[in-house]
Design a protein around this ligand. Structure first.
Ligand code: DGL
Length: 278
């Protein structure tokens, strides 16, 4: 592994397009940084798969990112953070990692009714990380955890903000409404791409918490602390960092999805390629 330096890229990965909900605030906060984003779409969804498989996928992806010079890696996936983050930190002690965790603490701080809802994949819902967070921050709060099976796939297909998603989520959000839930945590990075539907079904009194922007700020902090922030020339014409998207499935399809979810400016300026992780 090459020594990490400020001019090297940030690595980001997810099972698919969900990590865009972290990449977008990251790009806004750190426009000068180069980013390499890996979408492991050949193995998406991660949520229902065994933790060992997700750890093995995460090792392979991290190797690929380090081979491309990544100076810091954002695990932009709650399922992979649950299954692999501590193992990754142990295996690569010299690499700074930033991971996801369900936003139990901010939800517990914001709720007035004492009822918090968490939407997560099976991996995250079963994981020790969530149990520990509920233990630590959920005192005096009732935490309702639901796995909306199929929502990751709907977002991958571009149907996050659709009637199909509304039909999938309506029973849960109705139940939570009856229970008095007033804070909903998006415990999977794909779910911000269904936020409109969630907010419509949940009603205006409910706070929806997307941890993406906080994870971007944490990445900035870690870069600063480790001296790895890319220096920016103080000029309005400072060049924007490059974004490269790599997928284990179809680059042309990923480009379409990025355009749909993140906009034409990013999709048209980024490079797209296939990542062979066999
Ligand atoms: N976006 C990921 C997460 O945050 C993975 C979802 C999946 O592949 O099941 O959990």
């Amino acid at each position: 592994m090459a020594a990490q330096g400020p001019k090297q890229p940030i690595g980001v990965f997810d099972s698919g397009v969900g990590g865009l909900s972290v990449l977008l605030p990251l790009r806004r906060l750190l426009p000068a940084e180069d980013v390499v984003y890996v979408a492991d779409q050949a193995w998406c969804p991660y949520g229902p798969k065994p933790p060992q498989l997700i750890r093995d996928r995460s090792y392979a992806i991290v190797e690929a990112l380090l081979a491309r010079g990544a100076k810091l890696i954002v695990v932009a996936c709650n399922a992979a953070s649950t299954a692999a983050l501590s193992a990754l930190r142990e295996r690569y002690p010299a690499v700074p990692f930033v991971g996801m965790e369900p936003a139990v603490k901010p939800a517990a701080e914001r709720t007035n009714t004492g009822h918090v809802g968490i939407l997560a994949t099976a991996m995250t819902a079963r994981g020790e990380r969530l149990a520990q967070l509920i233990d630590r921050f959920g005192r005096g709060v009732t935490v309702h955890v639901t796995v909306p099976h199929g929502l990751v796939e709907l977002v991958e297909q571009g149907l996050g903000e659709s009637d199909v998603t509304a039909a999938l989520l309506a029973p849960t959000l109705h139940e939570w409404h009856e229970a008095g839930v007033d804070a909903v945590v998006l415990g999977c990075t794909h779910y911000p791409f269904a936020r409109g539907v969630i907010e419509r079904l949940a009603g205006s009194q409910i706070t929806v918490i997307d941890p993406g922007p906080a994870v971007a700020r944490q990445t900035q902090r870690v870069l600063d602390e480790t001296g790895l922030t890319r220096p920016v020339a103080p000029s309005p014409s400072a060049p924007e960092g490059a974004t490269t998207f790599l997928t284990t499935a179809e680059p042309a399809e990923l480009r379409i999805a990025v355009r749909r979810l993140a906009g034409a400016a990013l999709a048209d300026s980024a490079a797209f390629g296939y990542l062979d992780l066999a």
